[in-house]
Design a protein around this ligand. Structure first.
Ligand code: PLP
Length: 239
């Protein structure tokens, strides 16, 4: 085993232990939480090693980086998740490799994704990204729709050809009432998910939790945790 592979195996084992312990603490079954490894800023060679180590789900947040990486790894049995803010001019590229887009936050994006998915002959799983920072639509924010817009947006996804409404996603807010309280934010996301599932029972994915707060996410009911640095190492500042 190469040094890098051993390092990734070690980190993965540690993350797996954290997820398993969080599940057991929450009285949840381990198989009800899916680990998505966020490989942004790291090379395709790392994605390949992760696949060899049994990882099935990877995520990226920038299409410019993700598209060539996914192409280089097209032979691997991986599901690609797109978790970054998405410009409509990138959707054709993203729908070519991504099984899931976690960052659906506005009607224009739904329209664009639908057109691209139909054209590619694919079905793209869509999660509504919810922002819980209490400030809707500020430029430079990390994206997301405010909670009161989730129902309408979900309806648009559900009605769109080529798209499958899969669930909801959030990133623990850095500002607003939930700053520093990821557990409370994830509980709010769970309530939003519960309301969504009342109308769309199959939309049961709850994507929440990263390296720093995966335990809080599992405790609050997350079905998918997105873990980057705890597996791959701390990234250089950008990304
Ligand atoms: C980078 C990123 C992650 C992973 O963050 P880590 O702190 O490295 O685990 C998860 N979700 C999104 C949306 C990200 O951009």
């Amino acid at each position: 085993m190469t040094d890098r592979k051993a390092e990734l195996a070690d980190n993965l084992a540690r993350v797996e232990e954290r997820v398993a312990r969080a599940c057991s603490t929450a009285g949840r079954r381990r198989e009800d939480v899916t680990l998505i490894v966020v490989t942004k800023t790291y090379p395709a060679s790392d994605v390949r090693l992760l696949a060899e180590l049994g990882v099935l789900h990877v995520a990226e947040n920038r299409d410019q980086d993700a598209a060539p990486k996914a192409a280089a790894c097209a032979d691997l049995p991986l599901d690609w998740h797109f978790v970054g803010q998405l410009q409509t001019n990138k959707v054709r590229s993203v729908t070519d490799y991504a099984s899931f887009v976690h960052s659906v936050d506005r009607p224009r994006l739904v329209t664009a994704l639908s057109g691209a998915a139909v054209r590619a002959g694919r079905e793209t799983g869509c999660l509504i990204q919810v922002t819980l920072d209490g400030e809707s639509g500020d430029v430079g924010s990390r994206g997301g729709a405010p909670p009161e817009r989730v129902a309408d947006l979900a309806g648009e996804v559900a009605a769109a050809e080529g798209l499958r409404l899969a669930g909801v996603m959030t990133v623990a807010p850095l500002t607003g009432p939930y700053a520093g309280r990821p557990g409370a934010a994830f509980e709010e996301l769970w309530d939003i998910s519960t309301r969504l599932r009342a109308a769309h029972p199959a939309a049961n994915m709850v994507s929440a939790g990263m390296s720093a707060d995966l335990e809080e996410a599992v405790a609050a009911g997350a079905t998918h945790v997105r873990v980057g640095s705890a597996v791959l190492g701390v990234r250089p500042r950008l990304g």
